[in-house]
Ligand binder design. Structure first.
Ligand code: BGC
Length: 877
């Protein structure tokens, strides 16, 4: 494999090379009680029924591979590539960012970001976006879609990459990720759910000679939850995070990879590192890593010089006996089985684009200094009609926070005065900043590897001008001098808040919003205030990565309406103006709360940084993030999680609850673990000759190869065959496969009983607005409240399911929505028993239903199986 191509990767390479000779400092001790318990060995893959056929085929293929061929699978035109085994017809695999579109290329769709997608609360639409993404990745010949992103979960409001995921709630993240994975993988593309786990801020995320990465019930009930759902949805791969967890780097953390992911969640696919996150060779192999991306090292060697912790080094480690052959067998089989599982053995196209250059011809091996040149870009157009789904997501996400006196929708004849540079596409060019590392013009996505090139932007100002005649635009963020307004004039003010990945600093923000905080950028608050002082009708449109503080202007009488349009991608224009002019009603809901003040969050959700030591983050708020925290402490946010108004008004009636599965306190015993076919592969250390460089190979400098010079292969073999293993195995290391552990475990998602539907709730939603008003889609959100006498500390309410009406409901129309709760949804993670436990199976669980976490007029009871509607006051918080 080759060193990464593309500017972003190069900047990382540069960072590391600056201090290439240093050795990582010994880690600072973690705070007491934070232990990364050893968990060995790596459970073989191949024990889930739905993966059985793929494993059988994979084992057959891997059994014919040499040592070097197997190794070549574990670490080039994309942001990462694996090696191939041409002799057996196994191709190089192309791994490509990112969550909202095929990165660093052309003729694609720039879809709305994850946060926008979450705000739709529309499961079918989220799946459709996944389908379109999958079609585009396949069309470009990318084998992997490096997404969706659910880590960060959004714990820290300033966190730089929260917008890549779906919102600050494990269930919203989980359902949205699962729908995306299914959509993408139904096209045959392997999704990579990322980043496992705890990548909750950008500062100090990564090991390098200057900075070390920052460092359980909350783990299971919040952060692992979406990964469990992704595994259940069949995700083919998982990307480990940059940060450490409990003192052990995520990509070599045996507790996380071997224990939680591969045993408890029964994950059958492959685990890759984040880019350049691998900091050890043997240790990461033993801890359950299967693929090093992009394969180079960071730390004590220089990236781009052909050094690797694996490839030829992994060959050496297998020959000298440090890494058991069965671990390599399992790695290779996991890669090949995933390829079969997604059907990529049947006519999958090779990559037809380059991440490195937009020219038709370019270096075939961009990481190499001297590379043969060939055609690298075929400019394949993969857009089809995906702009339709992209626009629908952008539109269904638009969240109406306030609409005084039903000010919106307005007529196209209203004289319109539009303020703010965000209303127009970047005048210097829609892709003029690499990876969107500037906030200039329309903010349609955040910055970093999660961005993509815009093919075009439908910007709001062009859309307004297409729809209305009387439009004046002031392309400035400082309030200009304007003619004296008349009573009918409407001012629309566009403001933003941006964030991204730590590889770039934008206006003082190092990825996270460490400089701007939750304040609107570019003096946005002042722009709104001044517009509100002049005009009596102001509509504020916010493009933002996450919560912003709206207090400076939200209560001003002339601020009539506020729309959060999130990060809309390329379809920012009509998706918005159709809402403003009433061609469609808003139906988005906040995927996070908007507090009155940033001080309303607990201190532990601040960004942490201790530059001269390993930064520690103790998650001391436990389960209490976002609305879970505000409810516990009776803090009224300005807008609660799930809030979102419509032009319609919806009522809920005819609620019923049905018990589907009788619950016991502890789930039924997990199924026995079948023997994995990986166990049938030969585990004898192969002969050194399997690792010799092939005769006559034309070597490319700086290319990573799995082979060793003959003398080195012979010496390694001699050490291994002589039993001279002097590798310092970690404490708790074992090479004996565990049987039927842990109790919460099971194939593809954990103990299957956790997924049994416990209750379903049905409710009818009716649009009660006056005839003639714009119809709209309604969302029902279901929150669980644990029994008061359950004697476990649980958040007052927790989102467990949601549903959106299929159609926009015209006045008088109704639709019945069905929501369900699985056993897991009424369980807590019992730290002592290390299992999911229903604290009081016969107790009174309340299932609250409504349109926002603070607007829940329906409650159903799990014990009496009765429901009440029209309940005032909601759950007592
Ligand atoms: C990011 C990943 C991304 C990878 C490849 C890393 O810096 O954290 O999310 O997939 O780069 O570009």
């Amino acid at each position: 494999m080759r060193c990464p191509s593309g500017l972003r990767s190069l900047s990382l390479c540069f960072l590391a090379s600056a201090a290439s000779a240093s050795v990582l400092h010994p880690r600072d001790p973690v705070p007491q009680g934070f232990v990364a318990a050893p968990y060995y060995p790596t459970p073989y893959g191949g024990w889930a029924d739905d993966w059985a056929e793929s494993y059988d085929k994979a084992v057959k293929l891997v059994s014919q591979m040499t040592l070097a061929e197997k190794i070549n699978l574990t670490a080039g035109p994309c942001v990462g590539n694996t090696g191939s085994v041409p002799r057996l017809g196994f191709p190089q695999l192309c791994l490509q960012d990112g969550p909202l579109g095929v990165r660093t290329t052309d003729n694609i769709t720039a879809f709305p970001a994850g946060i926008t997608t979450g705000a739709t609360f529309n499961k079918d639409l989220i799946y459709e976006r996944g389908v379109a993404l999958g079609e585009e990745f396949k069309g470009k010949g990318a084998n992997f879609y490096l997404g969706p992103c659910v880590g960060p979960l959004g714990r820290k409001p300033r966190g730089g990459r929260n917008w890549e995921g779906f919102g600050t709630d494990p269930v919203l993240q989980a359902i949205s990720a699962a729908q995306t994975i299914k959509g993408v993988q139904d096209q045959g593309v392997i999704a990579a759910l990322k980043h496992l786990i705890g990548n909750e801020q950008e500062l100090y995320r990564m090991y390098n000679p200057f900075q070390q990465a920052y460092n359980d019930r909350a783990l299971h009930e919040l952060y692992l939850w979406p990964f469990a759902e992704g595994v259940k949805a069949g995700v083919g791969s998982i990307m480990a995070s940059y940060n450490a967890v409990n003192g052990s780097a995520s990509s070599q953390n045996s507790y996380i990879l071997n224990g939680l992911l591969k045993d408890e969640l029964g994950f059958q696919g492959l685990v890759m590192t984040d880019w350049l996150a691998q900091i050890s060779g043997v240790a990461s192999a033993l801890a359950g890593l299967d693929m090093s991306m992009p394969g180079d090292t960071i730390g004590n060697n220089v990236p781009l010089f052909g050094y690797s912790n694996w490839m030829y080094e992994l060959t050496r480690s297998v020959l000298n006996g440090s890494v058991p052959v069965d671990r390599l067998n399992d790695m290779a089989t996991r890669v090949v089985a995933t390829w079969y599982q997604l059907g990529q053995d049947k006519d999958y196209p090779p990559p037809n684009f380059s991440s490195n250059t937009a020219d038709r011809e370019g270096p075939l091996y961009p990481g190499a200094l001297f590379s043969p040149v060939g055609v690298v870009n075929e400019y394949v157009n993969v857009q089809a009609d995906h702009k339709v789904v992209a626009k629908q997501v952008a539109q269904e996400a638009i969240t109406l926070l306030k609409n005084n006196g039903s000010f919106l929708p307005i007529s196209t004849s209203a004289p319109l005065f539009v303020f703010g540079t965000d209303a127009q596409a970047d005048p210097k060019g829609i892709n003029s900043c690499t990876d969107k590392s500037c906030n200039r013009g329309l903010l349609g996505m955040g910055w970093g590897s999660g961005s993509a090139n815009y093919p075009y932007i439908d910007d709001p100002i062009s859309s307004f001008k297409r729809k209305a005649k009387n439009v004046t635009y002031y392309a400035t963020d400082s309030f200009p001098s304007v003619p004296e307004p008349t009573g009918d004039d409407v001012a629309v003010v566009f403001i933003t808040s941006d964030s991204g990945e730590n590889t770039y600093t934008v206006e003082g923000n190092h990825g996270d919003r460490d400089e701007s905080g939750l304040k609107a950028w570019h003096n946005g608050d002042e722009l709104v205030q001044k517009a509100a002082a002049k005009y009596s009708n102001v509509v504020v449109v916010v493009h933002t990565v996450g919560p912003i503080i709206v207090e400076p202007w939200i209560d001003l009488p002339s601020v009539k309406a506020v729309l959060i349009a999130h990060l809309p991608g390329q379809e920012a224009g009509d998706s918005l103006t159709e809402i403003i002019y009433g061609e469609a009603a808003p139906s988005g809901h906040l995927p996070y709360s908007i507090p009155v003040s940033e001080n309303d969050y607990p201190d532990s959700l601040n960004l942490v940084a201790t530059p001269l030591s390993q930064t520690q983050d103790t998650y001391s708020e436990g389960l209490y993030i976002d609305y879970r925290y505000f409810n516990k402490h009776n803090i009224k946010p300005r807008f609660a999680f799930g809030h979102g108004l419509s032009y319609a008004s919806f009522s809920f009636s005819n609620a019923t609850i049905t018990r589907v599965t009788e619950l016991s306190e502890v789930p039924p015993a997990r199924p026995a673990k079948p023997k994995s076919p990986v166990a049938s592969l030969n585990t004898t250390i192969p002969s050194a000759s399997e690792a010799y460089f092939p005769d006559g190979l034309d070597r490319i400098w700086r290319y990573l190869y799995p082979w060793l010079p003959n003398g080195e292969a012979d010496a390694a073999y001699k050490a291994g065959a002589g039993g001279d293993k002097n590798y310092p195995y970690p404490e708790g290391y074992s090479d004996q496969q565990k049987e039927d552990a842990p109790p919460a475990g099971g194939p593809s998602g954990g103990n299957p009983a956790l997924w049994d539907v416990a209750y379903t709730v049905q409710v009818t939603v009716t649009n009660t607005a006056e005839q003639g008003t714009t119809g709209g889609k309604a969302v029902a959100q279901a929150y669980v409240q644990f029994p008061a006498d359950a004697r476990v500390d649980t958040p007052v309410i927790q989102l467990r399911d949601f549903a959106k009406t299929r159609a926009a409901l015209a006045p008088g129309q109704s639709e019945t929505l069905v929501l369900s709760l699985a056993r897991r949804d009424v369980s807590v993670w019992d730290v002592a028993r290390q299992n999911w436990v229903v604290p009081k199976p016969d107790g009174r669980y309340k299932v609250w239903i409504g349109q926002a976490s603070d607007d829940l007029p329906v409650v159903c009871y799990s014990d009496s199986l009765e429901c009440e509607t029209g309940v005032e006051g909601g759950p007592s918080v």
